[in-house]
Design a protein around this ligand. Structure first.
Ligand code: PLP
Length: 397
């Protein structure tokens, strides 16, 4: 078929499994593609006809209402990206100025970047091998060792800095054990800022997703479950916080018909109306996306069931995942096998990818404070993310 060296049976096995589900003729299969249709066109046109393409305009408010409803929160504040959402929550909570924020090393770089944007220091802690989110048991032990209570604050004994919060991530839409993590946070008096950018539509029996802490961040980037082209939001039950966030994300301008009066140094973070119109149409289809993504996930689960080499990463017990990204992990870490698998998969039209390089292995974050991170390092060598667009459910054979 091509000039690539004959792949090993191990690498060709995963290609064959994908071919058995997703016919090669419909490829190439990207990891996650947006699905835009007539309703998106209609609402974007409506925003253009209204003449409101920027911050004023009815679609931003309607999008926020629909989002709050979808997340089961009182409030939603639409912003330009998930990164901006995380940044501005930290800012509003007074976290920055050299504070440390605990977050996983196994995450997309935006989690750590947002902490830095706020003037704080990301402090990396390890992940759980089953659900890929923060390992709360390990975190408790670690904080017990490095944390010292001092004037009501928790200090890192090693750096002397305040540890000011925890930013958990629901990796690929899987929600780990949220209640246990909330208990650890409460024990150490730390607020939780939830990076729920991958978790729109996910749920847990034990503790409400998006409501683990005072506020959660969502993303509507092009590859997320619902897209606004680019965008994000903060969801919260705290009406006062929401109103403060609306203010500070619109340059902190006091409402006045003509005067420019800004009462603090704010951000230009408001989601434009044009993007909100797109998002409004997408949100109408959230349930449909979730249903079709689940169908695809169950097909992957069946196809990899009892496979000796690859294990499907299933939703954790007690949780309902949105299955934003489907993934398998090699039962044994084998870097050469993974590389070979990526080559064969790409050559066959399946644009699979590894999970992220752990943050502490990037030069930009190599010197940041961290616990030992054996699980994050191990998972990064074993995970393959699979094509997960909702439309793929239609190709299943
Ligand atoms: C997508 C994502 C973000 C950031 O969202 P943007 O809208 O791209 O800024 C943050 N954290 C995680 C884990 C993400 O997957």
């Amino acid at each position: 078929m091509n000039a690539i060296a004959q792949p090993s049976t191990a690498a060709s096995e995963i290609v064959e499994i994908l071919q058995s589900l997703l016919p090669p003729g419909h490829g190439p299969y990207q990891l996650h593609e947006p699905e835009l249709a007539a309703r998106e066109r209609e609402l974007v046109n409506q925003a253009m006809t209204d003449g409101f393409v920027s911050y004023a305009g009815r679609h931003v408010g309607l999008f926020e209402q629909a989002l709050a409803r979808a997340c089961g929160t009182r409030e939603a504040v639409a912003v330009v990206s998930g990164t901006a959402a995380l940044h501005v929550i930290l800012h509003a909570l007074g976290i920055g100025n050299g504070d440390e924020v605990l977050c996983p090393s196994l995450t997309f770089v935006a989690t750590a970047n947002a902490i830095v944007h706020a003037g704080a220091v990301p402090h990396f802690v390890d992940s759980h091998p089953d659900h890929l989110g923060l390992d709360s048991e390990r975190l408790r032990t670690y904080l017990g060792g490095i944390g010292a209570r001092e004037d009501g604050a928790l200090r890192n004994r090693r750096t002397g800095r305040r540890i000011a919060g925890i930013m958990p991530v629901h990796v690929f839409g899987h929600v780990g054990r949220p209640r246990e993590l909330c208990e650890v946070a409460a024990e150490f008096g730390l607020p939780i800022v939830e990076d729920a950018t991958e978790a729109l539509g996910s749920a847990s029996d034990s503790c409400a997703v998006m409501r683990m802490g005072v506020a959660a961040a969502l993303s509507f980037n092009g590859n997320k479950i619902v897209t606004t082209g680019g965008g994000g939001a903060i969801v919260t039950d705290d009406a006062e916080l929401a109103s403060r966030l609306r203010h500070v994300t619109t340059t902190a301008k006091r409402p006045h018909p003509w005067r420019f009066d800004h009462d603090e140094i704010g951000f230009n973070y408001r989601l434009p109306n044009l993007n909100a119109a797109l998002g409004l149409a997408q949100l109408e289809r959230l349930e449909d996306f979730l249903r079709r993504k689940r169908r695809l996930a169950l097909a992957y689960r069946d196809a990899f069931a009892r496979n000796g080499r690859w294990e499907f990463i299933d939703e954790p017990p007690g949780c309902r995942s949105n299955y934003w990204l489907n993934a398998v992990k090699a039962r044994a870490a084998d870097g050469a096998l993974l590389e070979e698998a990526f080559e064969s998969l790409h050559a066959a039209g399946y644009r699979c990818r590894p999970c992220w390089t752990p943050m502490h292995q990037l030069a930009i974050y190599a010197a940041h404070p961290r616990d030992a991170l054996p699980v994050a390092e191990d998972l990064a060598r074993r995970i393959i993310c699979l094509p997960s667009s909702p439309r793929l459910s239609e190709y299943l054979r």
